[in-house]
Design a protein around this ligand. Structure first.
Ligand SMILES: Cc1cc2nc3c(=O)[nH]c(=O)nc-3n(C[C@H](O)[C@H](O)[C@H](O)COP(=O)(O)OP(=O)(O)OC[C@H]3O[C@@H](n4cnc5c(N)ncnc54)[C@H](O)[C@@H]3O)c2cc1C
Length: 404
């Protein structure tokens, strides 16, 4: 298979599609365009290992030598400003045009900036890219009191690291539980207890009204008063980078709308990773995970290679490291109508099995990698597990796996 593939966005998904194409034997040209400097890198460690050790060298997804070896033209610090679908070209900032036979949009997402006064004060941070992480890490070394706005994965991962580094940390979450978009209530409660035990001041139902300060940040205003801060992390979620697609007349609705093959309505143009809104069963979803970025990319590489189309159906999975706890999630618990939770002797929940219509749809675990892997195998194989079957198996997912 030959032709010209242009990939916009050199993150987890963009790099993977380039690399998978070569692995699958694609003989045409591949151009990977990204607007950030340096080599494509992993984001998950930015709020975990990198925030602790500051070792940026370990973040690169591939060494420099990979690009020449795989004959991939990598253009960092280059922004695509438009897609000319009529000419089948992308337009770069500065006007240069590159023709394509297949175009992959892997433009990721950016941090939501909530409408709060004081967002631009020195000392107020966001965390999406390496440049943000560098600034935040340097600021953490000088700070005494951090306020995190948003009790999602990234905010809580940072809160753990900052607390372990000796800062006073307050987490403000507007909803009534932590990580409420992504995990069950039982698991939220487990993490709330752990953060509180570590000394983090977690405030639920706490909406930030404004960020206060004159020359630099001094605090965050709530209904109930002011929380003092010399560092604020705004971690209230991300928004997909879909403007390029929208300006090119492609459908956009919470991300770039694609079909079960991850194609937009223009058959030459795919969208993958954080920016893609794709079908999942009867619903449409957008995921922000390494798993989705990687599996989407592999699927699209096969589609470009002309492999027979099977709808994209990879099982979502995710992880988050917060203090001593590693949370792993297989499947999506959205819409769960029954939960079975298992706890340690001290009452701390370590596994949650979520069911919908009498069928297991997701498994959340804490520091139980074996259970997580078994859950991925079971859910990935499409095995139907009822609550009764799980109990009969003594909650042992391995016992429910089909024979190899
Ligand atoms: C701090 C942090 C921690 C995370 N932790 C986890 C975790 O523990 N587990 C997990 O599964 N996921 C985690 N994630 C999410 C995961 O990193 C993302 O889901 C993944 O990076 C998505 O890959 P992507 O290629 O779709 O987007 P990105 O990695 O965001 O890459 C998109 C790239 O495209 C570039 N771009 C956008 N528009 C243009 C343009 N017009 N021209 C050129 N370039 C452009 C962007 O600048 C960016 O470099 C984390 C994310 C962050 C920020």
């Amino acid at each position: 298979m030959s032709g010209r593939v242009v990939i916009v966005g050199a993150g987890q998904a963009g790099l993977q599609v380039a690399s998978s194409l070569r692995q699958d034997g694609f003989a045409g040209s591949i151009t990977l365009i990204g607007d950030e400097p340096g080599l494509p890198y992993q984001r998950p460690p930015l709020s975990k290992a990198y925030m602790k050790d500051g070792d940026a060298a370990r973040l690169a997804l591939k060494p420099d030598s990979f690009f020449a070896r795989a004959d991939i033209t990598y253009r960092p610090m280059t922004r695509v400003s438009a897609i000319d679908r009529l000419a089948a070209e992308v337009v770069l900032d500065g006007g240069e045009r590159l023709g394509f036979d297949h175009l992959v949009l892997a433009t990721g997402a950016r941090t939501i900036r909530p409408p709060l006064d004081g967002l631009d004060l020195p000392g107020v941070h966001e965390l999406r890219g390496l440049a943000d992480a560098r600034r935040l890490r340097d600021a953490m070394a000088q700070a005494r009191r951090a306020v995190v706005i948003g009790g999602g994965f990234i905010g809580l991962e940072f809160a753990s690291v900052a607390r372990a580094a000796g800062l006073e940390v307050t987490v403000l979450e507007a909803a009534d539980r932590l990580m409420g978009r992504s995990i069950t209530g039982a698991m939220s409660a487990r993490f709330l207890a752990a953060h509180v035990a570590d000394g983090v001041d977690v405030r639920l139902g706490a909406r930030a009204l404004a960020i206060l300060g004159t020359d630099r940040v001094e605090g965050v205003a709530l209904d109930s008063g002011v929380v003092p801060a010399d560092l604020v992390l705004v971690a209230t979620g991300v928004r997909p980078n879909s403007e390029l697609a929208e300006a090119a007349g492609l459908a956009v609705a919470n991300g770039i709308v694609v079909d079960a093959d991850l194609r937009t309505e223009d058959p030459r143009i795919f969208a993958i990773g954080d920016c893609a809104n794709f079908p999942s069963g009867q619903e449409r979803i957008r995921l922000e995970s390494v798993q989705a970025a990687t599996d989407h990319a592999r699927h699209v590489a096969r589609a470009i290679m002309g492999a027979p189309a099977a709808p994209y159906a990879a099982l979502p999975w995710f992880w988050s490291d917060q203090g001593a706890l590693k949370l792993q999630i297989a499947g999506l618990s959205t819409g769960a109508d029954e939960i079975i939770a298992q706890s340690d002797e001290d009452g701390a929940v370590h596994s949650v099995f979520a069911f919908r219509d009498d069928r297991l749809i997701a498994v959340e675990t804490v520091n139980r990698p074996g259970v997580h892997i078994a859950a991925r195998k079971l859910l990935g194989a499409g095995v139907a597990v009822t609550p009764a079957a799980l109990i009969a198996a003594g909650h042992d997912l391995k016992a429910l796996l089909p024979p190899a």
